[in-house]
Design a binder for this molecule. Structure first.
Ligand code: ADP
Length: 578
């Protein structure tokens, strides 16, 4: 059976009162019994002494005196002579005395003779009940002996019994009072407790700071409880704020973050990590091996869990694959490991491009330099003495020097654009005069090859561009067309408005560019035919510069095949606003 607080309080207080009543009652009863026996003894002794005096003066037969004394004092009076023979007894008739055995061995009688006073409590065979005996020696004329006074214990015990009943009633009454009072006390206490519990519950449920409830008995307790609740609330609030700050930082990180516990169960994975590894939040298992089965990553995490921080680069299994540099370190409390992943795909690509570029540049430079050197050696070895041969070698040196100069100029140009130091000042520019001017620049070479260049750019066509950059772009495109178109070819330049943009096209009827090369001709040093490019004095950087400049002017470039053969290099630029 389960008791509520109130029931428990009530039970405890009732048990307390009951035990107090029982202990106090038991002790009191013992005390009263002792006191009653003492009183009875004192009374009996007094009566015995009075009897002794009466005996000394009375001359009547001893049995008659004993009867009289017994009747007067309400006790049993026995007169015993020195030999122990009973001379008189208030409870026995004179005729019965002869049959009474000798009393000289009774302890009270022995004591009375020896010490002048004897007392004993014992069962009386004569009366068939427990008796208290007091005996004193006496002398009456020639007779001397012991006078004994006795009273049944029953009488004294009756008084004690009455007292016990009275005590019992008083105990019951106080128990009843205690029950009522403890009932009331537990009721009030339980009510106070209930109020406090309700307050605590409200505090836990996060209700607004409450007014201290009416608990007049324990105002301090209610106050402490409220203070505790307020502190709890602020601590929980602080923790929540801390957590959301942590989450915000984690979610806005560009780096992927993954945390695992000692059993390699995933405990945290941020948005960047999901994106990097193309995972969805819902799918997959709960362990790292199930969610991200990349051996290099698993090995890294195992080492970190063994207390060894490490970094490693691996490729993801996404399409396209991404290059990831991951750092794994054990958590400080040894409860797992955390991995931070950087997407280094772009960095690695740029590194590769730079490596290729440096290799290409050195290769491009080496050829003219070695020609110059070889020719100089040949001249020094004696060729200089033969003017007709010497001229050929010097010519070749000059061409190589020109090539070097063109290469260096293009390289400088491209690095200037990439470094962002190429000053662009876009403006509204009329297209037609620039196209005409550019055509003039290549006119000499075109005439040599009998190539016809025509422009059909409208006079009022304007673009929003940097004049110098635009001129360079057009020159590169038209110059390429002239260079790569065989003799008697035709080149057409035109421009048309397309929405917000102007599309300029340079079409030739040369050999054209195979589809597989089209996307790549704008790469640095990419050439469809190396020998041909060198022959016409190309550096392989022209179209790369065109692409860079066009993009810097918010435009685009591309190449398409022309019909029936040839190429159309196109360039779009923002139209000048009306
Ligand atoms: P290059 O200095 O070699 O001309 P470019 O960057 O200007 O370098 O051009 C890259 C390559 O594109 C050239 O080597 C050539 O093979 C090809 N190309 C460019 N323009 C034309 C064109 N009009 N017709 C055919 N091929 C061309």
């Amino acid at each position: 059976m389960r008791l509520d607080v109130r029931g428990k309080l009530f039970l405890v207080s009732v048990l307390l009162v009951l035990s107090v009543v029982l202990v106090a009652g038991g002790y009191l009863e013992g005390q009263i019994r002792e006191w009653a026996h003492g009183r009875a003894q004192a009374e009996l002794l007094a009566q015995a002494r009075v009897g002794r005096v009466a005996l000394a003066y009375d001359t009547a037969p001893a049995d008659a005196v004993a009867d009289e004394l017994g009747a007067a004092s309400g006790t049993r009076v026995t007169i015993i002579d020195r030999s122990g023979k009973v001379l008189g007894d208030s409870e026995l008739a004179a005729s019965e005395l002869a049959t009474v055995e000798s009393h000289d061995d009774r302890p009270e009688v022995v004591d009375a003779v020896a010490h002048g006073e004897g007392r004993a409590v014992r069962y009386s065979a004569t009366l068939g009940t427990d008796m208290m005996y007091i005996a004193v020696p006496f002398t009456a004329g020639a007779v001397s002996g012991t006078l004994r006074v006795a009273r049944p214990l029953e009488e004294m015990d009756a008084a004690v019994r009455r007292l016990r009943i009275a005590l019992g009633i008083a105990g019951l009454l106080s128990l009843a009072g205690a029950v009522v009072l403890s009932g009331l006390a537990s009721h009030f206490l339980a009510r106070t407790l209930r109020t406090l519990v309700a307050d605590a519950r409200r505090a836990v449920e996060g209700e607004e700071p409450r007014q201290p409830s009416e608990t007049p008995d324990e105002p301090g307790l209610a106050g402490s409880l409220n203070r505790m609740a307020a502190e709890l609330e602020s601590t929980v609030g602080m923790l929540a704020a801390e957590r959301s700050r942590f989450e915000a930082v984690l979610e806005s990180m560009a780096e992927g973050v993954v945390a695992v516990d000692q059993a390699q169960q995933l405990t945290l994975i941020n948005r960047a990590a999901l994106g990097l590894l193309s995972l969805s939040i819902e799918h997959g298992g709960s362990t790292l091996a199930e969610r991200i089965p990349i051996p290099a990553l698993l090995e890294l995490v195992q080492r970190a869990l063994a207390g060894q921080p490490e970094r490693r680069e691996f490729e993801t299994r996404t399409t396209p694959p991404r290059q990831v540099l991951a750092y794994a370190s054990p958590l400080r409390n040894q409860q797992g490991a955390v991995v931070v992943m950087h997407d280094v795909t772009e960095i690695r690509r740029l590194e590769r491009v730079r490596r290729d570029f440096v290799a290409n540049v050195s290769h491009e430079l080496r050829t003219p330099v070695s020609i110059i050197r070889a020719n100089a050696e040949t001249l020094l070895d004696g060729a200089i003495e033969k003017p007709e041969i010497a001229r050929r070698f010097l010519d070749a040196q000059l061409r190589s020097a020109d090539r070097l100069a063109a290469l260096v100029a293009d390289l400088l140009e491209i690095s200037r654009i990439e470094a962002g130091t190429y000053e662009m000042s876009p403006d509204e520019i009329e297209l037609e005069p620039i196209v005409a001017h550019t055509i003039d620049e290549v006119e000499r070479l075109a005439q040599e090859k009998h190539i016809e260049i025509t422009s059909s750019v409208a006079e009022d066509m304007t673009v929003w561009a940097d004049e110098q950059a635009l001129e360079q772009v057009l020159l590169n495109l038209i110059d390429n067309a002239v260079k790569y178109t065989p003799a008697e070819g035709k080149i057409r330049v035109r421009a048309a408005r397309r929405g917000d943009m102007v599309r300029i096209e340079v079409e030739d009827n040369g050999p054209g560019i195979e589809p597989r090369h089209r996307a790549r001709v704008f790469e640095r040093f990419y050439r469809v035919d190396k020998g041909r490019s060198r022959e016409v004095g190309g550096t392989g950087l022209g179209l790369a510069i065109v692409k860079h400049l066009a993009e810097a002017m918010k435009g685009q470039v591309g190449v398409e095949p022309a019909e029936p053969h040839g190429s159309i290099f196109w360039l779009t630029l923002p139209a000048a606003s009306d």
